[in-house]
Write a protein that binds this ligand. Sequence first.
Ligand code: F3S
Length: 430
Amino acid sequence: MKLTDKEKMMLSGEEGDAVQKGMELLIDYGEALGAEKLIDTNNVHVLTPFYFYPDILNKYLDINDIDDFISKSVLNTDNKVIVDRVKAFTTSHIPAVDLEYFDLLEASKGRDPDNFYEMVVQMQNYCTRIGINMSATCTPYTVGNVPIKGEHCAWTESSAISYANSVLGARTNIEGDHSSFASAITGKTAYWGMHLSKNRTGEIMIDVEAQPQDTMDWDLLGYYTGFKVGLKVPVYNNIKTTANMRRLMALCSAGAASGAVIMYHVIGITPEANTIAEAFRNKKPVDIMNYSKTEREESYNKLNCSSSDNIDFVLLGCPHYTIQEINYIANILEDKKVADGVKLFIFTNMQHKALAKKSGYLDTIERSGGKLIIDSCPLNTKISPSNVIATDSAKISHTSGGMKGWKNVWYGRTKECIEAAISGKWRGEL
Ligand code: F3S
């Protein structure tokens, strides 16, 4: 890999051991992927690194020495190196648990809860110490991390990555906890994949016949597409209905969950696709698919897998809800009660929860028996395989079977989920 003089200096350790280790990691990773150089980034979204790797954690973590843990588990060195400050503007993905609702969530599973609670606090303190913005969300673009078109980023979280590339026109690959952390402390990322214009070219045309009418329809469209295109860049053509932020978020999260769509174009809507020719960079699509009511129905049926209509949990907020969805739910819940025995959990981030509190929505939701949970994710809810769940997220319905062993999931519109929370019964339909 070609390095600038400044990068060579960073690699030689002149800016400290931590920067040196970060550079080594990025160069190894970049070379493995065929990157010829590094580029500057001032926009990173990191996964706080301890929750997802309990084996590493159990082996290494001494909660009194977080620097040692980061050195061994993230920066790949047996020598303790101290990170001073991140170089890039860096936001954080979910730290796994909402400390207020610690007992309702599953992050402590298999570990001593007191110890785990302490680890969460330590990690948050560590992030703050080195200058990471504690956004604690899978939707950083809703809370102040909004890269512009063409901006080079290093983000984690598949739905957010797709949003950054597709909707904002920013440029990021799928980064992991190691590479994103290395980017945060060096201000560099490997120049490959979605950083290059040629890899952002549309590949498969999806001719949309079944027009998406509501957010669920956009979710179903993304879910169908992910299965069909895998890693390729789909181009949605012929959509005549109105998109909005939530609808495009659904298109992102569902496509990244059923496949690995990290970028799509919607003709006339997304920033690199004003015309079909622009989306395909004047090339021909490698394939053309039709999305009709048959495909829509297939997607819907795949996402519904419960035989009982008695609901135990309603899980909303994947990706994290914004104030707009929270407002919508509060309006439906006004003067209503969640049914006995049903739990309504709505996932968001601390910023939108604070807004909800100030706007009175939080009070309405809590009075009805629902909970607004931050810093976490529906997949972290303590649920047994026999519980029956309702969700409005294709991503949750799709991933919960494999990741969590949940066997009884209903999928539908947000309104249907709230009605299920109130009645205790699933009544959703396509
Ligand atoms: Fe966010 Fe969890 Fe969904 S991290 S995108 S709420 S699976």
